[in-house]
Design a binder for this molecule. Structure first.
Ligand code: N7H
Length: 466
């Protein structure tokens, strides 16, 4: 059985959160940091603790309390340079993307993530926030029901670590207000599809049971691309991919307004709504278009036994229900035919634990159809192999116009290409071969990130701290 007291709480369960702060730091004094880490470890929220917190939240609600229960969560993760600083050789983990760091991957053009920026050779100098081009050794993740609770925990940690680390950057995320809670900034319900890890939770209808080793190092199903034998201490750790992804919401809405799906039976605004749903693969409510191809049925997004009860097997070639290039179908083709892959698609699963950041779109931005404030998604994914998880999905599926078929086009939400005009197909259910040009400036632009390891509690105690 999985040892939930040994697994950091954000990985499988997700830290409960209304607000979240990410603190990116470099280690200034490694010897002293290893000592002080001993005082931080008791503050780390394990999976067992998250489960207790969720029960407390439910009890609080059941007692009729309307206010939020005060709760704080803390996790910690280290980059390759963080491991090196602490005298741990990152190459022993056998993940070259982790060892090289995300900036190398982001700069590598089609051989990597294809992040936009000035062209340099066959790649780019990514248009990232300069702080993410600095060395980042680690990240502390703090969640809470309020920014105040987070600030208190942050102060406690900064006091304990004083003098041993230097802050590079602090980022704050927040769940969106009112009925948009749980929705990302384009307006779509998020967090519905997660792989049900065997031994952690029972699958809902339609979900494919997933070996824990796809997310956790050293567990059943962990099959690193490098074929390395993981060091025993790495068991129950997970690679954390962080990305700051800016979203251009007014521009996204403008694109929908200008390109309604031309169906004679649909008024233009409904044609625009349908285009949004077909770009994503779900309606804003979360209802999957493979189940509800023509009209939204919010009940299907809310019911955990309906939200993932589909696998495109009734729409393998026609795309009348869901385009091949819909974000949902690109990033998890489910039962779709996957040509040229020697391994089944169920090998490429990630757990996503992101949170939106930035203000709501204001009337001026909506009216001018132009972004004036930075907003988007603080993307977090967990996987046991970055090359089979985040990097594979981004590069081999979303960025690849020839997946699943030659000429299918890009994932219109996150697909990137630094050299070619991005187009997509399948948006018009009546004419699925019709090509739709995507704007030169994408709706989602990466502003930075890093690859981290979220170590198990025992690894923190015996390998990282001293
Ligand atoms: Fe995506 N969006 O609003 O369009 N994503 N995503 N994502 N995403 C999903 O089913 C979105 C990003 C995946 O199992 C939903 O939980 C946005 C990256 C995967 O069927 C919505 C951004 C990567 C899934 C969005 C963004 C992925 C998924 C539906 C960036 C990996 C599950 C909610 C700002 C490289 C697929 C849900 C499955 C779902 C959106 C980023 C991957 C609404 C706005 C970078 C695997």
């Amino acid at each position: 059985p999985l040892d939930f007291a040994n697994i950091q709480g954000d990985i499988l369960e997700g830290l409960p959160k209304k607000y979240q702060t990410f603190l990116f730091f470099v280690i200034a004094d490694a010897t002293e940091f290893r000592h002080r880490l001993t005082d931080i470890i008791p503050l780390i929220t394990t999976t067992v603790q998250v489960q207790a917190d969720m029960n407390a939240i439910n009890e609080h609600k059941a007692k009729g309390h309307t206010g939020l229960l005060k709760l704080v969560g803390t996790n910690i993760a280290f980059s390759h340079s963080g491991l090196s600083a602490l005298g741990i050789d990152p190459t022993t983990l056998g993940d070259s993307l982790f060892t090289n760091g995300q900036l190398v991957d982001a700069s590598a053009g089609a051989a990597g993530l294809s992040d936009p920026g000035p062209i340099v050779g066959s790649g780019t100098d990514p248009a990232w926030d300069p702080d993410f081009k600095k060395q980042i050794d680690g990240c502390i993740l703090i969640t809470g029901e309020s920014q105040q609770t987070i600030s208190e925990r942050l102060l406690e940690i900064e006091t304990k670590l004083a003098g041993t680390v230097k802050t590079i950057k602090e980022l704050n995320g927040n769940v969106r207000p009112g009925d948009q809670a749980g929705h990302e900034h384009f307006g779509f319900q998020d967090g519905l599809s997660q792989p049900p890890i065997i031994g952690f939770r029972t699958p809902n209808t339609g979900e494919q049971p997933t070996d824990p080793g796809l997310i956790l190092l050293g567990e059943k199903g962990d099959a690193p691309l490098s074929n390395i034998t993981r060091p025993p201490w790495a068991k129950d750790s997970s690679f954390l991919v962080f990305r700051k992804l800016q979203q251009f919401v007014p521009e996204f809405n403008k694109f929908l307004a200008e390109n309604p799906i031309p169906d004679k039976n649909l008024p233009p605004d409904q044609g625009s709504t349908l285009l949004g749903a077909r770009l994503v693969g779900r309606w804003t409510s979360g209802a999957p278009i493979d189940l509800d191809p023509t009209v939204d049925n919010p009940a299907d997004g809310k019911d955990p036994n309906r939200a993932n009860d589909f696998d495109y097997s009734n729409d393998l070639t026609a795309q009348t229900k869901c385009p091949f290039t819909a974000h949902l179908r690109k990033t998890n083709p489910r039962a779709s035919i996957v040509p040229g892959l020697s391994v089944v698609q169920d090998n490429f699963r990630i757990i996503r634990q992101g949170i939106p950041y930035g203000p709501e779109v204001n009337p001026d931005e909506a009216e001018s159809q132009t972004t004036k404030f930075d907003r988007g998604l603080l993307f977090v994914s967990y996987q046991s192999d970055i090359g089979k998880g985040f990097h594979f999905i981004q590069r081999t599926w979303s960025n690849n116009p020839d997946f699943p078929n030659p000429g299918s086009g890009y994932d219109g939400i996150i697909g990137q290409d630094i050299f070619n005009q991005r187009t997509t197909t399948g948006m018009d259910p009546e004419n699925v071969s019709t090509s739709l040009a995507l704007p030169k400036q994408a709706f989602v632009i990466p502003l930075g990130g890093e690859y981290f390891l979220s170590p198990s509690i025992s690894a923190l105690k015996t390998v990282f701290a001293a």
